[in-house]
Design a protein around this ligand. Sequence first.
Ligand code: PGA
Length: 249
Amino acid sequence: MRTPIIAGNWKMNNTIKEGLDLIEDLKSKELDSNVEKVVCIPFTLLKDLKDKLKGTDIKLGAQNMHWEDSGAYTGEVSPIMLKEIGVDYVIIGHSERRQYFCETDETVNKKIKSAIKHDIKPILCVGESLEDREKGKEKEIVKSQIEKALEDVENIETLVVAYEPIWAIGTGKTASSDQANDMIHFIRKTIWSLYGDTSDQIRIQYGGSVKPDNIVELMAKSDIDGALVGGASLKAEDFMDLINFKNGG
Ligand code: PGA
């Protein structure tokens, strides 16, 4: 049985003060202890929020990292630096990074290997564009993203995959729960073809305009193990409702 995982992706939002206030608010709420919760936050907030999250079961995540341990890579942050703070998860290959920051399947692959080596759990994002879907190419694209991201990767047990169709991110257009489930089932089959039964342990989330009013339907689907949430993770009340989806969202 896979533990459901709800992860917030704050993107480039929240100052330290705003982030601390949001977590303070979240800490005051009753959250389902059988759901794994993660907040993936900007680098500048990691240290303060790590301290703030002490004594809670909310895990800390970053939104990107470099694959090298150190070196002349101006502006980058290494896995060792993240590990020093106590980061548990890192988002790798978010479509916004692929689109705006030249992230490629090759760099995604290097980052996945490095994260696993440093014992940081990767949340690997994949997903097709609207154009890909209109051409009926969504499965081909996602399969290729998965195969390239996982090329020569070992020990994938801690990997989390987030299926995020680009056309559903921040647009208010959610994939239907059937579309999401169908693709997530396909992703598990793809991972199975590479790793056999280990694929049963891999949690696969849906992401893209997840809100309190659609989480219940999504989580009721056979293959969806959680959600990666942007906008709705910025309000403690909404994030609480997503975590507590078993109570009806
Ligand atoms: P959204 O973002 O929930 O605001 O659509 C999801 C994501 O980009 O991870």
